[in-house]
Design a binder for this molecule. Structure first.
Ligand SMILES: Nc1ncnc2c1ncn2[C@@H]1O[C@H](COP(=O)(O)OP(=O)(O)OP(=O)(O)O)[C@@H](O)[C@H]1O
Length: 329
């Protein structure tokens, strides 16, 4: 049985539907990447699944953790399951840390909340976690305030806080976007290492296809509130079949490549209040025909494994234009 099973998840804000039936399964210890342009519904999927959306959001479908249904469950029940088993880290660590409390105290509070540790036991464990996430001189730096840490170190502190509850699943929402490239690589490496050591599952929400390729076993591509393609990262990244996935790859700039070949996807993600008829990607798609403009393709199991929602998939033989570091071309 999957650790988390999401079926037909829908979300609407003020009568506008922004998620249109998301199906996802994540096994224990598995790492899933979630990619897509801004506004496609990556964050809302997880905020809805974990009961973290504001009250005005209308959420439907089913989210089960180890078989326990969360949608429609009481707040206490959701908080119990979420708090103990799932942790989230976000893009901007400085806004998630409390600037007026020492970092050690913040990690220790997580340890008290999730594992009942107090006093010296909590302090020793906080130092161990700071060590684990690679903060040098943890025993002395535990008494510093967040502004005395760099951005990368603040993200490491956030990871230490997330690990304090020994979660079964860590959801990392753009965890490295605010950091420079070298630090990004270190943080991703750290997450992979911790996953290997603890066996926790991970969801990496990211615009960075290279990061997803390096860290995740599987990836799902979202567009306008739907999953349009999902497969093992090796299969998905060597031969993307959905024209949107393909477009995301072709839009990646190459450091030493021929910049003239860079091909951005023209147009923008549609406003959920004014979705086009048929496939939401059709107005931006070079392969779209009348059927695409009138009917929305349902996700189908592909011959090559994975899921694909497209009437005109990209042919297998079309080679990728770019091969950013970490992505097989
Ligand atoms: N609290 C909210 N109230 C109203 N609409 C919202 C709210 N939160 C998200 N949305 C809308 O839901 C849609 C999906 O947003 P979401 O934040 O999930 O996108 P995303 O793919 O995570 O984007 P990004 O990569 O920029 O974080 C967007 O159209 C967004 O405007």
């Amino acid at each position: 049985m999957s650790f988390i099973s999401i079926q037909g998840l829908t979300v609407a804000f003020d009568g506008t539907q922004v998620l249109h039936g998301i199906d996802l399964e994540i096994g224990r210890g598995e790492a899933l990447g979630l990619v897509g342009e801004s506004g496609c519904g990556k964050s809302v999927t997880w905020l809805a699944a974990l009961g973290l959306l504001p009250g005005k959001a209308r959420v439907g479908g089913s989210v089960k953790i180890d078989g326990e249904e969360l949608i429609g469950a009481s707040r206490t029940q959701v908080e119990r399951v979420r708090g103990k088993r799932i942790a989230m880290i976000f893009q901007d660590p400085s806004s998630s840390l409390n600037p007026v409390h020492r970092v050690g105290r913040q990690i220790m509070e997580s340890l008290t909340l999730h594992r009942g540790l107090k006093g010296q036991a909590a302090k020793a464990e906080a130092i161990r976690l700071m060590d684990l996430v690679g903060i040098p001189s943890a025993a002395t730096r535990i008494d510093l305030y967040p502004h005395e840490f760099s951005g990368g170190q603040c993200q490491r502190v956030m990871i230490a806080m997330a690990l304090a509850g020994e979660p079964d699943l860590l959801i990392a929402d753009e965890p490295t976007t605010a950091l420079d490239a070298t630090i990004q690589a270190q943080i991703l490496d750290l997450l992979s290492q911790i996953r290997a050591e603890t066996g926790m599952a991970m969801v990496l929400i990211s615009h960075d296809l290279g990061a997803v390729s390096a860290v995740c076993d599987r990836a799902a591509v979202m567009y306008a509130g739907r999953i349009v393609e999902m497969n093992d990262t090796a299969a998905l990244f060597s031969a993307p079949r959905h024209p949107y996935t393909r477009g995301l790859f072709d839009a990646i700039p190459e450091i030493d490549g021929d910049r003239g070949r860079l091909k951005p996807i023209h147009g923008t993600v549609p406003d959920p209040r004014a979705l086009p008829q048929g496939c939401a990607f059709a107005p931006r798609c070079g392969s779209a025909d009348t059927r695409c403009h009138t009917r929305s393709p349902e996700p189908q199991a592909g011959r090559e494994g994975g899921l694909l929602a497209c009437f005109h998939p990209v042919a297998w033989a079309v080679p990728l234009m770019t091969s950013p570091q970490g992505i097989p071309a």
